[in-house]
Design a protein around this ligand. Structure first.
Ligand SMILES: *Cc1c(COP(=O)(O)O)cnc(C)c1O
Length: 450
C-alpha cells in the first residue's frame, strides 16, 4: 500500500517556535528609523513589547503560549501529503510531498501568526487590533485571531478589493471585524486623500497608513502586520518543524524545498527549521518563487528601503524594487510587495537559499494540473511554487534522478475562482516586468549612513 498522508497527532505538535537568529552565521542588519536613519526597534506605540522582544531575540526556541497552542490544535498539525497522483500524471521518478496550510479555518498559513499576535496584543492590555488588507487574506486571518482572543478588529481594506471581493469582507464581518474601504473618512490621511481624489480606489500603502494612524492615535489598539517581520516568520516555523517530523515518518529528507514568497512568511516558516541542517553540511536546495511581474529578489538590488509606500515604516536592508514601485495587477495579490522579509534576503545574500521568477499563465496551468491530480485548488500564490515543483519533477524524468521534493502549499484558492475563470477562458495574460518603473522607484531609495 502506498502511504499518502503523514499525520502527527495533537500531542506531537511542536510547542516552541524556532528562531533562526540564534543560528545565523552573520547577524541581521538592524532596522533603521525612517527619519533619523539610526538603528531602531519596532515603534512601541504600535507593537506590544513582547513582539518587539521576539523581533530581536537570539533565543533558539521560544515557547508557544498554551492558549495559542490550544487554538492551533483546532486545525494543527496540518497534514503532509505525498503527491502520488501528480507524480503519476507527470510520469516522474521524483517523490513529491506537500504540506498543506489551506485546512486552517482562514484557508491559509496566515492564521498561525494572527492568533499569536492577537494573544500578545491582549496580554499587553489591548482591546482592539488595526490592520490593512489587500485581497483580504490577512484581514480574514486577523479577524479570526481576534475573535478567538475576544478582541475587536478593524480592517482597512483597499477600496478596489472591497468592492471586487465582497465574500472576503463578509467572511471578516462574520468573525466580528469592522471593515472599511480605504481610503476612508475615518482617518486624517484617508480624508486628505479623498479630498484630493474622491474617486481614489486605494492602495495597500494608503491602507497601511490608515491602520497605523488608527493604532497610533488610540491607547487600546495595536497595529498588526501579516508578513515580513522577524516575529511573523518565527510564528510560521511551526509549519517546517511539523514537516521535518512528518518527513521522518515518511523515511525521507528533501533534496529540494520549494515555496512562494510575497513578504516571505509562509515559505520561511517551512524552510527555516531546515537551515541548521544545511549549516551543518546537509545537502538541501531551497528555492523561493516570486512572480515575474514583481521579481523582488531576482531583479531588485540588495539595498536599504522603507517597508511601506509612504516612507513612514522603518527602513530595512532587503532586496527591493523601490517602495514607490507599483507592481502590475497579477492575480497573486499576496506576492505584490516591493520588498521582502529581511531574514529571507539575508539568507539569499549568504548563499543559503535561491530565488526564481515565473509568469502567471504558466503558473495557472501548473495549478490546474495540480488540482486535477490532487483535488486541491491552490491559491494563486503557492501556484507559483507548484510551477517550479513540476519543472523539477520533469527534469528528474529526463535525468532519471529520484529527487525528493517538498512543497509549501500555503493556502487554497476558493476565493480566487475569478482568476481561474480568466485562465480557463483564455483571457489571462502575462505582464512583462516594468524595468523602467523599478529604475524610477530605485532613484527614491533613502540614503542610510554606514
Ligand atoms: C499572503 C499569502 C502569501 C504571501 O505571503 P508570505 O508572507 O510570503 O507567505 C502566500 N500564500 C498565501 C496563501 C497567502 O495568503
Amino acid at each position: 500500500m502506498e502511504q499518502t498522508k503523514f499525520i502527527l497527532n495533537e500531542q506531537e505538535m511542536p510547542t516552541s517556535w524556532y528562531n533562526v537568529q540564534a543560528d545565523l552565521p552573520e547577524p541581521l542588519p538592524p532596522l533603521r528609523h525612517p527619519v533619523t536613519k539610526e538603528p531602531t526597534i519596532l515603534p512601541p506605540p504600535l507593537f506590544p513589547a513582547s513582539l518587539n522582544e521576539q523581533e530581536h531575540s537570539k533565543e533558539r526556541y521560544i515557547e508557544i503560549p498554551e492558549e495559542v497552542q490550544n487554538i492551533y490544535r483546532m486545525w494543527r498539525p496540518t497534514i503532509l501529503h505525498r503527491a502520488h497522483r501528480l507524480e503519476k500524471a507527470l510520469d516522474t521518478p521524483a517523490k513529491i510531498f506537500y504540506k498543506y496550510e489551506g485546512t486552517s479555518p482562514a484557508g491559509s498559513h496566515k492564521l498561525n501568526t494572527a492568533v499569536a499576535q492577537a494573544y500578545y496584543g491582549k496580554q499587553a492590555g489591548a482591546k482592539r487590533l488595526a490592520t490593512e488588507t489587500g485581497a483580504g487574506q490577512w484581514g480574514s486571518a486577523l479577524s479570526m485571531g481576534c475573535a478567538f482572543m475576544g478582541l475587536e478588529c478593524k480592517v482597512y481594506m483597499v477600496k478596489v478589493s472591497y468592492y471586487q471581493k465582497p465574500y472576503r469582507r463578509v467572511l471578516m464581518e462574520t468573525f466580528g471585524a469592522t471593515v472599511v474601504p480605504s481610503p476612508s473618512t475615518e482617518t486624517e490621511i484617508g480624508r486628505r486623500i479623498l479630498a484630493e481624489d474622491p474617486e481614489s480606489t486605494g492602495s495597500l500603502g494608503i491602507a497601511i497608513s490608515e491602520a497605523v494612524e488608527d493604532a497610533a492615535g488610540r491607547d487600546d489598539t495595536f497595529y498588526s502586520l501579516g508578513s515580513v517581520l522577524n516575529h511573523v516568520l518565527m510564528h510560521q516555523t511551526i509549519i517546517g518543524q511539523e514537516a521535518k517530523k512528518q518527513m521522518e515518518k515518511a523515511d525521507a529528507y528533501p533534496d529540494i524545498i520549494v515555496g512562494c514568497i510575497g513578504g516571505g512568511s509562509n515559505f520561511a516558516g517551512m524552510f527555516l527549521p531546515f537551515v541548521p541542517d544545511k549549516l551543518k553540511g546537509q545537502k538541501v536546495q531551497i528555492v523561493c518563487v516570486e512572480p515575474e511581474a514583481c521579481p523582488t529578489v531576482t531583479k531588485g538590488p540588495y539595498a536599504w528601503d522603507y517597508g511601506d509606500v509612504a516612507g513612514m515604516a522603518p527602513i530595512a536592508r532587503m532586496y527591493t524594487l523601490g517602495h514607490a514601485f507599483v507592481p502590475p495587477p497579477v492575480h497573486a495579490g499576496g506576492l505584490r510587495y516591493h520588498g521582502m522579509a529581511p531574514i529571507v534576503c539575508h539568507l539569499v545574500k549568504l548563499g543559503l537559499i535561491e530565488a526564481r521568477a515565473e509568469h502567471q499563465v504558466a503558473v495557472f496551468k501548473s495549478a490546474v494540473d495540480f488540482a486535477r491530480a490532487e483535488g486541491i485548488i491552490p491559491a494563486p500564490e503557492p501556484a507559483h511554487a507548484i510551477k517550479v515543483v513540476i519543472d523539477e519533477a520533469l527534469k528528474c524524468k529526463e535525468s532519471g534522478e529520484k529527487k525528493t521534493i517538498l512543497l509549501a502549499l500555503s493556502g487554497h484558492g476558493h476565493f480566487d475562482l475569478a482568476a481561474y475563470d480568466e485562465y480557463l477562458s483564455g483571457n489571462l495574460k502575462d505582464y512583462e516586468f516594468p524595468k523602467e518603473k523599478m529604475e524610477a522607484a530605485l532613484a527614491q531609495l533613502p540614503e542610510v549612513p554606514a
